[in-house]
Ligand binder design. Sequence first.
Ligand SMILES: Nc1ncnc2c1ncn2[C@@H]1O[C@H](COP(=O)(O)OP(=O)(O)OP(=O)(O)O)[C@@H](O)[C@H]1O
Length: 252
Amino acid sequence: MNQQEKVVEIKDLRKSFGDLKVLQGVDLDLFNEEILVVLGKSGSGKSVLIKIMVGLLTQDSGSMKVFGQEIAQLKKKPLNAMRLRIGFSFQSSALYDSMTVRENMEFPLVRNEKNLSRKEIDRRIEELLDSVGLPQTINQLPSELSGGQKKRIGVARTLILNPEIMLYDEPTAGLDPITCGDINNLILDVREQYKTSSIVITHDLTCAKQTGDRMAVLLDGQFKSVGTFDEVFPNADDARVKSFYDYNFINS
Ligand SMILES: Nc1ncnc2c1ncn2[C@@H]1O[C@H](COP(=O)(O)OP(=O)(O)OP(=O)(O)O)[C@@H](O)[C@H]1O
């Protein structure tokens, strides 16, 4: 697959809940190995969009294709297979508190790949912990890790199933600026090492600028501004896009 190929293709996607129109004609593509940053204020529909992508919600109309397949038309088995190609890194890291880092990483692996040997499981866990720079945490509990370390382990756990698309939900939320920078670098490293295509949902424009090849701003149920950081932000005509920029870079 080359970098011009689309891994996600969204066309005129619409979704309402009763009278609440959330997505009102979304058009967006994610290209192979691209990092696409999705911005939008709280309640704008970012999670709804991601849920449609992984088949947890169905659109009212329009098209959501992932790897060329219309998600809404997939039956249970192919949908589950598709979900395995998409790694979701949750805002909360979603680690199990009572399990060590090793057990947290092993859990999705043995559930999804039943025939792996102990040696292969250990090798995969060790490789991923090395990739996120935390091999020493293998026997620790999540409560013994810092917020930034938990995020890194969450990313490693998502990567253990070799996803082709990575979805990062607010990856830098609640972290100090230096740790945010580390996480931004991790997102770039993951793309480099594992050739993933990525969607980063964030309110953090520094994260957006450092990681994103393109930005897409969700406003009134559509992506009105899509382009590189410099195309979208510094001279934004739309006051709502400009307010994002001003809030992050002037008021912070
Ligand atoms: N299953 C549902 N039933 C009814 N309304 C829903 C449902 N899911 C989402 N909504 C509504 O759709 C709107 C968009 O929600 P969504 O969670 O996508 O926002 P978001 O952009 O992800 O916000 P945040 O940045 O706060 O996570 C909200 O008004 C929400 O209440």
